[in-house]
Ligand binder design. Structure first.
Ligand SMILES: C[S@@+](CC[C@H](N)C(=O)[O-])C[C@H]1O[C@@H](n2cnc3c(N)ncnc32)[C@H](O)[C@@H]1O
Length: 206
């Protein structure tokens, strides 16, 4: 899939489906929030949610007092849905429509969070480009939380193939300058009641 068709795919998803008509919908992003609470952050810490889509994570971060939050996604419609939900609170967030693999980060971040975007990068060159952007964007001692389908999770999502991961494959993709802090499974229940095995791994830049 080339860049244009990947963008078009996600734009179609978010313009034709409601928030809870997608398998990844989460009423409460508790697994991410639990891990974010483990990181030594302050309200001013810079947080970026990569492939944040229309996720409610941003709502929870604002409610917890974080005031330097960026949500990046390929889909303008996804970010539009999140902004519409937030109303005036959306003005306190930086919204970026971009492909993470080519994004030029305008600032550095204390926390890089990604739930279910990295696993769509099925070729080595794209994963490597993602990691280059991550290293460009993350502060020294910054934290990285990546949630993906686990090794026993689904092989496809939203009609697209995914690469499943564990802490070992993520550590290898990140390279030597990161240490693993935490890795845990998570069984996500889709809006129609099926279960998908995820893993969430947290790393710190050394
Ligand atoms: C399965 S959804 C997860 C959305 C959100 N993280 C959540 O938990 O609800 C994957 C998201 O990644 C975005 N995405 C996929 N590839 C991307 C890329 N290369 N750059 C930026 N966003 C991407 C999609 O537009 C979509 O919103």
């Amino acid at each position: 899939m080339n860049d244009a068709s990947r963008s078009a795919h996600w734009e179609t998803v978010y313009t034709t489906k409601g928030e809870n008509e997608v398998s990844w919908f989460q009423e409460n992003p508790a697994p991410s929030l639990e891990l974010i609470e483990l990181a030594p952050l302050t309200p001013e810490s810079a947080i970026v949610d990569i492939g944040g889509g229309a996720s409610r994570l941003v709502d929870s971060l604002l409610a917890r007092g974080f005031c330097n939050v960026t949500v990046l996604d390929l889909s303008k419609a996804a970010l539009g849905a999140a902004k519409a939900r937030l109303g005036d609170r959306a003005d306190h967030v930086r919204w970026v429509v971009a492909d993470v693999t080519t994004w030029e980060p305008p600032q550095s971040y204390d926390l890089w969070h990604d739930r279910a975007a990295f696993h769509f990068l099925t070729d080595e060159a794209a994963r490597s480009a993602y990691m280059d952007r991550l290293k460009q964007a993350l502060k020294p001692r910054g934290h990285v939380i990546i949630g993906t389908f686990a090794l026993d999770g689904p092989e496809r999502c939203s009609g697209l193939p995914v690469t499943r991961h564990d802490a070992v494959s993520l550590a290898a993709a990140l390279g030597g300058e990161f240490e693993l802090i935490d890795s845990r499974p998570h069984a996500h229940v889709t809006p129609w009641g099926s279960t998908q095995q995820f893993q969430f791994s947290t790393f710190r830049r050394v």
